[in-house]
Design a protein around this ligand. Structure first.
Ligand code: SF4
Length: 364
């Protein structure tokens, strides 16, 4: 932790950051009005991998439906996933729902204050737990989201990619050492705001930064070199054939299995690589004729890239088999009725096919 072992240096940093946050930070975000533990939790989970501007309308709508833990706990998972559609990484929504049910039963509907108890809940990692405790309960706790990692790596000149355990440990140790006993809410908010508004990944505005005089990265002249970027890697590609089966003005959709990509959401039926698309359509209950291919869509996930190849089929007659056991399929009228929650890439494919589907925010 280098020079940060000095209490005086840490105090100077806290004071400068808190004063800056009061004047220049973000104090009017929807989850700060009021900043309850529940609202902070929902916003933190939504903000994982997703930008503030995208999250705001989702957050407002979510709070409109589920203003309290109890409302979320008794909601249907399908409805929660529907509100989440377009934000991506749907495991987050499933975890929120499961955690709300446990908070209701185990904690009487109030989020616990202790980090350990928070982290025992589905989908709550160390940084989200720290944010709930500090921003929501107003109690001291360290945080380490993407913005904070960057700010701390620069201030202290911490080398190495933060995805590596020893580097992450060093950053956590620094975040913990900096936690003030008083006003931790504003201090942590200041760290996050500084990362979002001033100490940005590219071209940080060091001239406007309250920590410029004590920042190691700035002194090197190349602050952007921190934190060390993730070592380059190529995501493996996974081809997926999708069937767009049409009958009059209806379209066949099927619900994805609960686990895996887009778990529990509705989507176009998938055709395994070894199976003929017409045979697969028959297994779904439809004799079909092919009517053409739609443009390929690429969709990057954390560990691989999906190459989606949609194939257009026209229903010609009912097949003997009707549906597949254990799978839920149904016909929908896009444009004439509300569709269930669809993943963003599937919405784009339906638009490619000429259906009047609204452009949702980008997401997996
Ligand atoms: S001085 Fe520059 S690099 Fe250092 S914390 Fe401030 S904005 Fe970031």
């Amino acid at each position: 932790m280098g020079g940060w072992a000095s209490a005086e240096r840490r105090r100077a940093l806290r004071e400068q950051l808190v004063a800056w946050q009061r004047q220049h930070g973000r104090n009017d975000l929807p989850w700060q009005r009021p900043a309850t533990p529940y609202r902070v939790w929902i916003s933190e989970v939504m903000l994982q991998q997703t930008r503030v501007e995208t999250v705001v309308p989702y957050f407002e709508r979510f709070m409109g439906h589920y203003p309290q833990v109890a409302d979320l706990a008794r909601a249907e998972l399908d409805d929660v996933l529907g509100l989440w559609a377009g934000l991506g990484y749907y495991a987050r929504a499933r975890n929120l729902h499961a955690a709300a049910q446990r908070i209701q039963i185990e904690w009487g509907g109030e989020l616990p204050e202790e980090l350990e108890a928070l982290q025992a809940l589905p989908g709550i990692g160390p940084s989200t737990a720290g944010a709930i405790r500090s921003l929501g309960h107003g109690l001291p706790a360290p945080i380490l989201d993407g913005n904070v990692k960057r700010v701390l790596a620069r201030i202290a000149g911490i080398e190495g990619w933060p995805g590596r355990s020893p580097v992450a440990r060093e950053l956590w140790a620094l975040s913990a050492a900096l936690v003030p006993e008083e006003d931790c809410r504003r201090f942590n908010q200041g760290l996050m705001d500084l990362g979002a508004l001033v100490c940005t990944p590219r071209e940080p505005a060091c001239l406007l930064c309250p920590l410029a005089s004590i920042c190691t990265a700035r002194a090197t002249g190349t602050p952007e070199a921190y934190p060390t970027p993730r070592p380059a890697r190529q995501r493996p590609r996974r081809p997926v054939r999708l069937l767009l089966i049409e009958h009059a003005d209806t379209l066949l959709l099927e619900r994805r299995p609960a686990s895996g990509i887009w778990g529990g959401l509705w989507s176009l039926p998938e055709c395994p690589p070894e199976q003929d698309p017409l045979t697969r359509a028959q297994a779904l209950g439809a004799h079909c004729v092919p009517t053409g291919e739609l443009p390929q869509r690429h969709h990057a996930l954390t560990h691989f890239e999906l190459v989606l190849q949609p194939m257009r089929l026209q229903w010609s007659a009912a097949a003997t088999a009707v549906g597949e056991p254990g799978r839920q399929q149904d016909w929908f009228r896009p444009g004439q009725e509300a569709l269930p929650g669809l993943p963003a890439p599937i919405r784009r494919i339906l638009r490619d096919a000429g259906y009047p589907i609204e452009e949702g925010p980008r997401g997996p």
